[in-house]
Design a protein around this ligand. Structure first.
Ligand SMILES: [Fe+2]
Ligand SMILES: [Fe+2]
Length: 352
């Protein structure tokens, strides 16, 4: 195991020549020298993340309050559980990303991780806005508390936090790869039973304002996936010796475990009680998604037998080009000035 030390805050004697610039364990003065970046993908990704800027309050949720009251009992229960879990995930990201960033020695990646951190905080704020818009103060607290008081969710949330805590307690290069994987799994798997629930409600005309909020959150999350996919590729180039067969199997095992947890969560929170969804559809969808996620970082898929998307309607919501205009004819939110030269498809194999 190669240990990793936290970079000094300011190191005026650092050698910042190209060869010495690396994702971790590189030399950095910590000056944010953001021109002539080593990683050429970083600037297009930066522009995309910045142009995705959005404001939760600009999406009207007046109708959603009425919809919420008219939801079936089971739909409302699932809605509450899913929101509470999403609050947990985005909160954990906001708090933990700086712990990862402390060990990153490339300013262009420090910049992107900071933007990601801010976006995760914005996502938490959007859930606050959603709850304030549709339920009273007492109910809001009750919904936040599900993440801590529901025994199923508490156990799951502790597991997720423990994966991050491990790197806070022990820093090694292999541990860095694993905490990156934990982050990648959170961004690319743990959101998706919840997202599919909201998109499913929206396609039946229910809670469409919330569906739009989720779509913008999802758009941000996809750039976070792109960031970590690219970080993985760079780390593999710079530290090939840590990517042993054993470590790669460990990373795949993390994914296998994550899929099991997300599938159990889907069965618990959504189950077979919601029109248009079922536990087995979510099961297949999460496995299908995990194949893409692993393939995108050069690892073998776990479920090669699953080749068809069991929830094709989700693509309508996550297609990047479509999110530039509003699917539900809410206010169009696109702060990009004039014609945009952004093309996320141009980023390496970003699998949606
Ligand atoms: Fe987020
Ligand atoms: Fe994220």
């Amino acid at each position: 195991m190669s240990s990793l030390t936290q970079k000094p805050l300011f190191n005026p004697t650092a050698d910042t020549s190209y060869e010495k610039r690396m994702l971790i364990g590189g030399e950095t003065t910590n000056l944010m020298m953001l021109s002539n970046n080593k990683y050429k993908w970083s600037y297009p990704l930066y522009k995309t993340m910045m142009q995705n800027f959005w404001i939760p309050e600009e999406i009207s949720l007046g109708q959603d309050k009425m919809h919420y009251e008219r939801l079936e009992h089971d739909e409302r229960e699932t809605f509450n559980k899913v929101i509470s879990f999403l609050v947990f995930l985005d909160s954990l990201q906001t708090v933990n990303l700086p712990n990862i960033n402390d060990y990153v020695t490339l300013p262009e990646v420090n910049l992107l991780l900071n933007i990601q951190t801010y976006q995760e905080a914005l996502h938490s704020q959007s859930y606050g806005y959603i709850l304030e818009s549709i339920v009273g103060a007492e109910k809001q607290q009750e919904i936040y508390d599900i993440a801590i008081k529901d025994p199923f969710l508490l156990k799951r949330n502790k597991y997720i936090a423990d994966c991050y805590q491990e790197f806070i307690d022990h820093q090694t290069e292999e541990g860095f790869a694993k905490v990156m994987m934990a982050n990648y799994i959170l961004e690319g798997i743990y959101f998706y039973a919840g997202f599919s629930f909201f998109y499913n409600l929206a396609r039946f005309g229910k809670m469409t304002g919330v569906g739009t909020e989720i779509k913008y959150i999802n758009r941000d999350e996809l750039t976070h996936l792109a960031l970590f996919q690219n970080m993985f590729r760079e780390l593999k180039k710079e530290r090939p010796h840590i990517f042993t067969k054993a470590l790669e199997e460990e990373l795949r095992e993390m994914m296998r475990q994550a899929v099991e947890h997300e599938v159990e969560w889907g069965a618990y929170a959504v189950g077979d009680r919601i029109q248009g969804l079922s536990a087995s559809l979510i099961d297949q969808y999460i496995r299908y998604l995990s194949n893409f996620r692993l393939d995108a970082i050069g690892l073998d898929p776990l479920y090669p037998e699953i080749t068809e998307d069991p929830l094709p309607f989700i693509k309508q919501f996550t297609n990047f080009n479509q999110t530039k205009t509003d699917f539900f004819e809410e206010k169009v939110i696109n702060y990009a000035k004039g014609g945009s030269d952004l093309d996320l498809d141009g980023l390496d194999d970003l699998d949606l």
